[in-house]
Design a protein around this ligand. Structure first.
Ligand SMILES: [Zn+2]
Length: 394
């Protein structure tokens, strides 16, 4: 009996080690793409630099991206709705400047990529490829020349809206919560001009954050595949900016790709109940932090750091993120899903997804769920690269 137990234990250890080697090998040999990371905005608030070691401070830095097996990162160029005419475009350009400076400081480790040929070259040279997406149409300040300028500077996707609507496109937040006060729903004539111009330029149309009317207007118009750079499935969690089943089917038909967001609140339908209870329990402390620092962001950050163990217990299991992936794959197939973490733009992700170094656990879970190697390669990066190529072609 004892011998038998030892044999079973040895086999179990052998299997676990073999499994670990298998997923790590699979992950490092695949081209891994993440289409949404907010490091550039986080670095301004936290006053840190990408080429420093920032473990415990941010979700990402250059060294940890490499440790996580990330080959391509689309950095989000972002400012919120406080920035408008006269300020949003220049703010976005400063973020582009700072990414260019990071790349210039690390020429042997990374390179900026603006077309599929450059991407192939970077992969061949084993350099980390940086790309850029503008998160929010308000940054073009109602001016097509600014859209062209973003393209010339290397931006390869634009999210038509962030949470705020523009004068030409309504957001998911406004269509859902403030429909009565919207001057129009969907894309107006200028909005349609923007989408056409993006197709002409070869800038991918990103429909994360947009309202359903804007979504359907953009898909009716776009001659090229679109992306949702960081979104999940609404049926599994009724958050206004998750994608409904008909939207998921429409992206499948368009040959686009849905890149899954890791935010606990988009993944798990009970997360906000738990996090609201946490915030209520610590409200007076949060209020005094907010008064002292005059910033919601800093108040959140300090509170979360102080109660790290409690905050950790609020996180959903990793399996819930994979459930969104399975759900989309079952509906439209394995060619239309990928990863758009939103790291450094979110304050909670499912357990085990602690920062960019955790990316291999996704490959482990995909293998466990029975996905074939070639399909895992598509999910990790191949699907986005297909859409990038289709948009770059004239
Ligand atoms: Zn976002």
């Amino acid at each position: 009996m004892r011998k038998y137990i030892i044999l079973v234990f040895t086999l179990a250890c052998f299997y676990t080690t073999a499994m670990a080697q298998r997923y790590e090998k699979m992950h490092s040999s695949a081209v891994v793409v993440d289409t949404h990371n907010d490091f550039l905005s986080a670095s301004i608030v936290k006053n840190v630099s990408f080429d420093q070691s920032l473990k415990g401070v941010t979700h990402s830095d250059l060294q940890r991206m490499k440790e996580g097996g990330l080959d391509v990162q689309v950095f989000s160029i972002f400012c919120d709705e406080q920035y408008g005419k006269g300020t949003a475009f220049s703010y976005a350009n400063r973020e582009i400047d700072s990414l260019n400076a990071i790349v210039a400081r690390n020429p042997s480790a990374m390179s900026m990529v603006t077309n599929p040929q450059q991407l192939q070259k970077a992969l061949k040279e084993k350099k980390f490829a940086a790309m850029m997406g503008v998160e929010g149409g308000h940054m073009i300040e109602d001016n097509i020349a600014y859209l062209d300028s973003f393209y010339r500077r290397g931006v390869r996707y634009m999210t038509l809206t962030w949470n705020n609507s523009t004068s030409w496109a309504s957001s998911a937040m406004d269509e859902t919560l403030h429909a009565d006060s919207l001057p129009h729903k969907g894309l107006n004539d200028f909005g349609k001009q923007v989408v056409r111009r993006m197709n002409e330029l070869g800038m991918i149309v990103d429909i994360s954050h947009v309202g359903e009317q804007t979504f359907y207007d953009a898909l009716a118009l776009s001659t090229k595949p679109v992306i949702a750079s960081h979104s999940c499935a609404w049926t599994l969690n009724h958050v206004f900016r998750n994608l409904k089943d008909d939207q998921i089917r429409a992206i499948g038909k368009n040959n686009g790709v849905i890149q899954l967001n890791f935010f606990s609140g988009f993944v798990d339908s009970n997360f906000f109940k738990r996090s609201d209870a946490f915030m209520a329990a610590h409200k007076s402390e949060w209020d005094s932090l907010k008064t002292a620092h005059n910033s919601d962001f800093v108040a959140d950050m300090l509170l979360f750091e102080k109660y790290a163990a409690e905050v950790n217990s609020l996180r959903p299991p990793l399996s819930m993120l994979l459930d969104h992936l399975d759900y989309i794959v079952k509906m439209i197939g394995v060619d239309h899903v990928g990863l758009g973490s939103d790291f450094d733009g979110i304050n909670s992700a499912p357990k085990e997804l602690d920062d960019v170094t955790s990316m291999p656990v996704i490959t482990r879970e995909l293998l466990k769920r029975g996905y074939k190697k070639k399909d895992i390669r598509k999910i990790l990066g191949g699907n986005f690269i297909r859409v990038f190529k289709a948009n770059s072609a004239s």
